[in-house]
Design a protein around this ligand. Structure first.
Ligand SMILES: Nc1ncnc2c1ncn2[C@@H]1O[C@H](COP(=O)(O)OP(=O)(O)OP(=O)(O)O)[C@@H](O)[C@H]1O
Ligand SMILES: Nc1nc2c(c(=O)[nH]1)N[C@H]1C(S)=C(S)[C@@H](COP(=O)(O)O)O[C@H]1N2
Length: 177
């Protein structure tokens, strides 16, 4: 039987964590995964405030304890004083993959000039690929559509489960052997 992938969805938002508004972004990411992935997976979902130590703790737990092969964060990537998601991500990762942030900012910039305000990044902790997405619900699809073709192969390279996608939605690219 195919190994079930564990995927972390981490919403980072002061107000959504206090219940002041509904976490649309985290729900959207889960819907996106259900639409696009054809291999079995399980979502580990958590919502935390914009506090660096809490974010780091959640990322470490999802990676080291839950063994997630992929963690998608949303929120806290901007320039405001409480936006610390990239710092927390950088602190827990052994390697940064700058291409992810570059591509996500570039596709977002075609939609909104303030896309350059997002400091979103991606990196590797152990056998986990961590990708930061902006907090705005409408930013998630454009960012995920851009980078997702490279995600399954990246997970192969770090020793994770073999992930497949619905090719009509996302055409995952694996270089020929
Ligand atoms: N999880 C979410 N669900 C719905 N909307 C969100 C979510 N996170 C962010 N947003 C929206 O995107 C905007 C920018 O996101 P950002 O992460 O900078 O949040 P923020 O303004 O710091 O607010 P907070 O951390 O208090 O939620 C927010 O002001 C909010 O309108
Ligand atoms: N695709 C897309 N990217 C986007 C945006 C957007 O509306 N769409 N908003 C930008 C804005 S206004 C900010 S401040 C940054 C950071 O957002 P965050 O703090 O919610 O993560 O993401 C940017 N990236």
């Amino acid at each position: 039987m195919q190994e079930k992938a564990k995927i972390g969805v981490l919403t980072i938002s002061d107000r959504a964590s206090r219940g002041e508004y509904e976490d649309i972004s985290g729900k959207y990411i889960i819907d996106y995964l259900n639409e696009v992935l054809t291999s079995p997976f399980e979502v580990i979902y958590r919502i935390v405030p914009d506090e660096r130590d809490i974010i780091e703790g959640a990322l470490i737990h999802m990676s080291d304890v839950e063994n997630c092969c992929l963690i998608l964060t949303t929120g806290g990537t901007g320039p405001a004083p409480r936006d610390v998601t990239p710092e927390a991500t950088q602190a827990v990762c052994e390697k940064i993959l700058p291409g992810f942030g570059e591509l996500m900012r570039s596709v977002s910039l075609a939609q909104v000039p303030t896309a350059i305000l997002s400091r979103q990044l991606a990196g590797i902790r152990g056998k986990t690929l961590i990708i930061n997405l902006p907090g705005k619900p409408q930013s998630i699809k454009v960012c995920l559509d851009a980078v997702f073709p490279a995600v399954p192969y990246c997970i192969d390279l770090i020793g994770g489960p073999y992930i497949t996608t619905d090719e009509k939605k996302i055409k995952a690219f694996r270089p020929p052997k």
